[in-house]
Design a protein around this ligand. Structure first.
Ligand code: PRP
Ligand code: HPA
Ligand code: MG
Length: 184
């Protein structure tokens, strides 16, 4: 693969940069309203949520704190293994805190359902989820999400933080890959 020309690897653009940014502005306004007067902690899930965290948090007017967790359930492939591992834990004590988990995508739901119960066991005042993307038809477990950017079809997507084998995270939009990239 020519790492300098990601365009050749794409099949189609699902969400443009402008669509994503407009939706994040709406989501940020909701978060601002819902957490007014509260001391909100944003928890970003590395590595996929980096772009969403950066662009959502910059649209908030609330003075939030940010912390990061690294979990992995996908490895380098396109299917969830279902086994969630903590690669890096939070540095923040969640006791009594209002926590908003920031994620790029809810696919099978396995990562977030596991993370929700993990964080809820740490004594927070509240834990909610903001996810840019959700694949409703791919859900293996139900996940109660407070803020969703877009519901998308059950297709593997890349860009805006989402990777295939650690590539394409830096695309400024969300798209699908051409079959030749998967070896098709
Ligand atoms: O709903 P699920 O089926 O569990 O899938 C969603 C999770 O999978 C991806 O992360 P991944 O484990 O690939 O790590 P990454 O964020 O570093 O890419 C994505 O960023 C979500 O965290
Ligand atoms: O569609 C996806 N793309 C990239 N990473 C993912 N992790 C879960 N689903 C996806
Ligand atoms: Mg991934």
């Amino acid at each position: 693969m020519d790492a300098h020309d990601m365009g050749k690897d794409l099949e189609k653009v699902l969400l443009t940069q402008e669509q994503i940014e407009d939706r994040l502005t709406e989501m940020a306004a909701q978060v601002d309203a819902d957490y007014a007067g509260k001391d909100l902690l944003l928890v970003g899930v590395l590595r996929g949520a980096v772009m969403v965290m950066a662009d959502l948090s910059r649209r908030l007017h609330l003075p939030v704190q940010m912390d990061w967790m690294a979990v992995s359930s996908y490895g380098s492939g396109t299917k969830s293994s279902g086994v969630v591992r903590i690669l890096k834990d939070l540095d923040t004590d969640l006791h009594g805190r209002d926590v908003l988990i920031v994620e790029d995508i809810i696919d099978s739901g396995l990562t977030l359902s596991w993370l929700l119960s993990n964080l809820r066991s740490r004594g927070p005042a509240s834990v909610e989820i903001a996810a840019l993307l959700r694949k409703p038809e791919a859900a293996k477990v139900p996940v109660d999400v407070r803020y969703v950017g877009f519901d998308i079809p059950t297709e593997f997507v890349v860009g805006y933080g989402l990777d295939y084998a650690e590539r394409y995270r830096n695309l400024p939009f969300v798209g699908t890959l051409a079959p030749h990239v998967y070896g098709g």
